[in-house]
Design a protein around this ligand. Structure first.
Ligand code: NI
Length: 185
């Protein structure tokens, strides 16, 4: 198991369209396990492979508070079952600390494959419907901030770039401190 680095907006790699999974092997299972570990550690409730720079149609999710119902969706197809859209305040591990309302169809059908390549379908509403549509967007190179006004999106971009600069300033400082304390008697 390993924690994977999560790409953050506006990283252009998040715009890559994911290709379908064709091989269901140990490497795919390992990637799914690593994605679960990364998602739980973040913490988050859903993660698309695109967010960890693996551009295949793989989504992991766990909507429970106890983190005991891991769900995997491979090559998913999502079909709205209603024209009714409901707003939900969404967040994203690739856009940390930003939350905003997005309207999406409230009920959908999901057709997908599991890690063995076995097809399954289910009807979803509530949080599952929101989350699967959010993750599907990732596979398509889309982010929830794309639904917001250009002004809001620009503010978020600036916030993310500032955050990135702060993080990169902190990193060398931390290394310096570690080195200094390691060499001190
Ligand atoms: Ni997301």
């Amino acid at each position: 198991m390993a924690l994977l680095p999560i790409l953050s907006f506006p990283d252009p790699r998040l715009r890559t369209k994911a290709r379908p999974v064709t091989v269901f092997d140990a490497a795919l299972r390992q990637l799914a396990n690593d994605m679960f570990e990364t998602m739980y550690a973040a913490p988050g409730i859903g993660l698309a492979a695109s967010q960890v720079d693996q551009h295949i149609q793989l989504i992991v999710m766990d909507l429970t508070e106890d983190k005991n119902q891991p769900q995997v969706f491979i090559n998913p197809v999502v079909t709205p079952l209603t024209e009714d859209c409901v707003p939900y305040e969404e967040g994203c591990l690739s856009v940390p600390e930003v939350f905003d309302k997005v309207d999406r169809p409230s009920r959908v059908r999901i057709d997908a494959l599991d890690l063995d390549g076995t097809p399954f379908s289910l009807e979803a509403d509530g949080l599952l419907a929101v989350c699967i549509q959010h993750e599907m967007d990732h596979l398509d190179g889309k982010l929830f901030v794309d639904y917001l006004s250009p002004l809001k999106k620009q503010r978020i971009r600036e916030k993310m770039q500032k955050r990135e600069r702060q993080l990169s300033r902190q990193k060398p400082a931390a290394t310096e401190n570690t080195r200094r304390s390691a060499s001190s008697p």
